[in-house]
Structure formats: structure tokens, C-alpha cells
Design a protein around this ligand. Structure first.
Ligand code: SAH
Length: 323
């Protein structure tokens, strides 16, 4: 598919592309759904991303940081409930040195689970150390491939460095996940088509696509966005991504479910094959407020939803099976 073809699919108003994505999903990755237990272990962040509630300059947020033991305990609880992947996510919290993180990684890997990190931009050496400690996967969304928009949204950050991080992760043998936000002020369909082409070029193993949801305590808090339109478009971007990258893992993201209580099902029926239940404790999951009213559906309710659409929870760790 070239850019014009992608653009045509993004512009079309028919469900055809969603139906096609669902067929390809079934053919390449089947009816099983992989669950990834998400632990949001710190909302302390040194960055100032204009859309994110965790941004350093937001003073209206209760900050927290879990201890190594608390993180490991949550992972144990996740494993006991049958989860086979643990995802550690946080703001860019410099308290967690390489040594501290490697200790946590090693302890969690003793549980015989796959381990994903989503902790932002680090050096090649740091990524290498986490990999050697046992980390299997890494999630780092490029957020947008529109360089000018990227610059506006990420003061004091470098688009080139974020790209380099992604290629470093690939180089180190991580299953590498990236993705983008959809519906950002100033974002064009053209740039979303470029995002999808970038996912293909990187040969990403996992793509997470989320609708932008304004957070009142951020510079973009007053942005005039149509949340339903953002959800529809993000599902469409996700579907086109499935059509192009047939065998990868694609989550039905929490932001989709936050906009519409049926968002996850819509996504699972339009190309998605992964769900990431939040297993952070109840107090802290509320404080990890990247956007308001984040959906926090529990594991049991998620599993019944999955069954209600004729799908089932996978028995494996859910690595990408490259075809
Ligand atoms: N610090 C890590 C994790 C960031 S939070 C990192 O840099 O990768 C995880 C994701 O939340 C981000 O990649 C971003 O795409 C998403 N996010 C942040 N603010 C958001 C908002 N207002 N609406 C929707 N998604 C948002």
C-alpha cells in the first residue's frame, strides 16, 4: 500500500476497512487474545509533553512511586491471576537507576512471565542492561511522525532521539512496540498515513494507537476536540495498521474504552488482538492520570467481554509469530 491508498482508507466512511482488518487478524493471529498486566509504578516525570497529565509542570497531581517490593508483589498477583506478560510503565522517573530497574526485572522474570518495559527514552547502554537482565519487550510510542507537530508537543525533546531509541531497541533484539496518538490539535490525515508507513518501515512488533483525550491540567486542556471522532479515527488507523502489518500484536487501548464503554470491543472486532488489564493497586491507578477518567475495567469483566464476542484468552506468552 502506498500513501495515497492509505489516505483513501483513512478518509472512507464505510466499515469495509474495519471488516477487512478483522479478517486479516483472524487469518494471521487467530481468535486468541493476549492479556498484558499493566503496572503503573511511578507517575513522577521529568518531561513536559503538552498533552500528558503526568508532565513535570502539572502541580495538581498527587505523585507516587512504588517501591521495588511493591512492584514485584503486584507482578506476583498478576501471575497468580493467570497473566503471562507483565508491563512496567512509568513517567520518566530518574529515581529508578539502571541497577534498581535490573533488580526488579530479574525478580519479575523469576515468575516465568514475559516482561515489557514502557519507561521512555534511555541510552543504548541502559536498554542493553535491561535486556541482559531479562526484559523481552519495550513500548515507546513515536506519538506522531510529523516533526513540526512533535516539536510543538514535546518541549526540550528531540524527535531524532526518539527515533534512535526505537532503532536501538530493535537492534538489541527487543520485541519493539510503538504507536501514535490520534486527533491531536494540528494533526493531519496525511501525517497519520506517514505514521502507519513508519510502523511498517520500523517493522514494529506491536502497535498501540490511542485517541487523544485532553487533560484539563495541561496546555492542551482546552483543546476543542470531538472525542467520538477521535475514537472512530483511531480505530480506523488501527485497522489500516493491521491490514499492512498482518502478524503483529495490536492492543485495544484503554483510551478507546475511556471514550466509549464499547471501545475495546469495537477495536477487538477491527484488528486488535491484545488487551492490557491494569493491575496497579486501586489507589495508585487513579493517580496515574495521563488523561481524565481513565477506564479501569477489572480482569474478570474483561475476560467475560472477550468471551461474549466469541474470542478466548491465549494460553501462551504471546510473542509475535512472524510470518
Ligand atoms: N513515559 C513513557 C510512558 C508514557 S504514558 C513513555 O514516554 O513512553 C503512555 C502513553 O500515554 C503515551 O505514549 C501517550 O501516547 C499516551 N498519552 C499521554 N497523554 C495522553 C492523552 N492526553 N490522551 C491520550 N493518550 C495519552
Amino acid at each position: 500500500m502506498n500513501k495515497n491508498e492509505i489516505l483513501n482508507l483513512l478518509e472512507s466512511n464505510t466499515p469495509d476497512v474495519l471488516i477487512q482488518a478483522d479478517k486479516i487478524r483472524k487469518q494471521y493471529v487467530g481468535d486468541e487474545i493476549h492479556l498484558r498486566g499493566l503496572i503503573e509504578f511511578s507517575n513522577i516525570c521529568a518531561r513536559t509533553c503538552q498533552y500528558c497529565g503526568l508532565r513535570y509542570e502539572n502541580k495538581n497531581i498527587i505523585r507516587y512511586r512504588l517501591s521495588a517490593d511493591e512492584i514485584i508483589q503486584l507482578a506476583q498477583i498478576g501471575k497468580k491471576s493467570g497473566l503471562q506478560t507483565i508491563v512496567l510503565q512509568s513517567g520518566e522517573d530518574n529515581y529508578f537507576s539502571t541497577d534498581k530497574l535490573c533488580h526488579i526485572i530479574q525478580e519479575i522474570k523469576k515468575l516465568d512471565v514475559a516482561l515489557t518495559l514502557s519507561i521512555g527514552e534511555k541510552s543504548y547502554q541502559e536498554y542493553k542492561a535491561y535486556k541482559e537482565a531479562g526484559a523481552d519487550r519495550y513500548l515507546l510510542r513515536i506519538e506522531t511522525t510529523d516533526k513540526n507537530l512533535y516539536k510543538k508537543l514535546h518541549p526540550n525533546m528531540s524527535f531524532e532521539n526518539r527515533m534512535e531509541c526505537l532503532y536501538n531497541l530493535k537492534d538489541l533484539g527487543y520485541e519493539t512496540g510503538t504507536g501514535c496518538l490520534v486527533g491531536l490539535p494540528g494533526q493531519t490525515l496525511d501525517s497519520l498515513a506517514e505514521d502507519i508507513l513508519f510502523f511498517k518501515k520500523l517493522d514494529a512488533d506491536m502497535i498501540g494507537i490511542g485517541p487523544f483525550i485532553p487533560h484539563p491540567d495541561t496546555p492542551l486542556g482546552g483543546a476543542n476536540v470531538d472525542l467520538t471522532a477521535n475514537l472512530d479515527l483511531s480505530i480506523r488507523v488501527m485497522a489500516v495498521t493491521r491490514i499492512l502489518l498482518k502478524d503483529i500484536n495490536i492492543p485495544a487501548t484503554t483510551a478507546m474504552e475511556t471514550i466509549n464503554p464499547n471501545g475495546r470491543i469495537l477495536a477487538l472486532n477491527s484488528g486488535a488482538n491484545v488487551v492490557m488489564p491494569n493491575i496497579t493497586d486501586d489507589i495508585h491507578k487513579k493517580e496515574y492520570e495521563i488523561y481524565p477518567d481513565k477506564n479501569n475495567e477489572n480482569l474478570d469483566s474483561l475476560i467475560s467481554k472477550i468471551k461474549s464476542i466469541g474470542r478466548f484468552v491465549a494460553f501462551t506468552k504471546g510473542f509475535r509469530k512472524k510470518i
